[in-house]
Design a protein around this ligand. Structure first.
Ligand code: GLN
Length: 218
C-alpha cells in the first residue's frame, strides 16, 4: 500500500531542516509496511486533498511567508476539507502562523492568514525573537515529553476554543506568557517546534503513524 505525502511549499518554506519531519514520517511509514510517495505542492499547483495521507507545512522567513500567503488562499477550500476529513497535517512555525487569522512580521506588515483557525500572531518589540531549545509536555498524553528548537519573532495567541498541542516546561512556545505551545484540532497540529519535531520525538511520529494505520483500516 502506498501513502502519499504532500510538502506544502516545500521549495519556499523549509527552515532549520523542517524537511526532516517528512523523512522521519516516511521512514516510520516504510517500517510499518507502507510505500511512500512525496510531492511538493507549491505556487500554482492544485492540492488534491483526497490524495494525501500526510501533509507537512513548514516554517519560513517573513518574505517567503508573504509570497506563499497570496497563493495559499486558492487552496483554502481543499485544505479545510482535508482537515475536517481528519487528515494528518503538521504545520511548523510559519506554516502554523498562516493557518490562523493573521501574522504581523518583524516590520509590522500584516500578512493575512488562511483564517481556518482563531489564533493570531503579532510581533515582538524591537524585533526580538524567541530562540533556543524548548521542552514541552503533550496536552493529549501528559506522560509524553517533546523537545525541539524554536526561532520565531511572532508570538501567537490561541482563540478561546482552541486547544494547545502541548504545555511549555522550558522555553517560550506560543507567546512566552501562557505556557501554551501550538494547537491541536482533530489530526492537525500546529507547533513552533523545529528540530525537526518528528525526527527528535519518535513517540509523536509513531502516534501519527498509528493514526495513519487506523485511517487506512477504516
Ligand atoms: N517568520 C516567522 C517568525 O519569525 C516564522 C519563522 C519560522 O518559521 N521559523 O515568527
Amino acid at each position: 500500500m502506498i501513502i502519499n505525502i504532500a510538502h506544502l511549499y516545500g521549495n519556499l518554506l523549509n527552515t532549520y531542516g523542517d524537511v526532516g519531519n517528512i523523512m522521519a514520517f516516511a521512514h516510520e511509514a516504510r517500517k510499518a509496511g507502507f510505500d511512500t510517495n512525496i510531492d511538493i505542492i507549491s505556487l500554482g499547483d492544485d492540492f488534491d486533498y483526497k490524495k494525501y495521507d500526510f501533509v507537512f507545512f513548514g516554517g519560513g522567513q517573513d518574505y517567503e511567508q508573504s509570497i506563499v500567503q497570496k497563493d495559499l488562499i486558492k487552496k483554502r477550500d481543499s485544505i479545510v476539507a482535508y482537515i475536517e476529513n481528519g487528515g494528518i497535517l503538521l504545520a511548523i512555525c510559519g506554516g502554523y502562523q498562516l493557518l490562523g487569522q493573521y501574522y504581523y512580521d518583524a516590520y509590522n506588515k500584516k500578512i493575512d492568514g488562511l483564517k481556518i483557525f482563531d489564533h493570531y500572531t503579532i510581533n515582538q518589540e524591537n524585533k526580538h525573537r524567541f530562540t533556543g531549545n524548548i521542552k514541552v509536555k503533550s496536552a493529549l498524553n501528559k506522560d509524553d515529553l517533546y523537545t525541539g528548537f524554536e526561532n520565531h519573532g511572532g508570538v501567537t495567541f490561541l482563540g478561546s476554543k482552541q486547544k494547545p498541542f502541548a504545555y511549555v516546561i522550558e522555553g517560550n512556545g506560543n507567546n512566552g506568557k501562557d505556557k501554551s505551545e501550538g494547537f491541536r484540532y482533530k489530526n492537525t497540529i500546529g507547533s513552533y517546534l523545529h528540530g525537526p519535531l518528528l525526527a527528535k520525538n519518535k513517540n509523536l511520529c509513531k502516534d501519527l503513524i498509528n493514526i495513519l494505520r487506523d485511517r487506512r483500516n477504516k
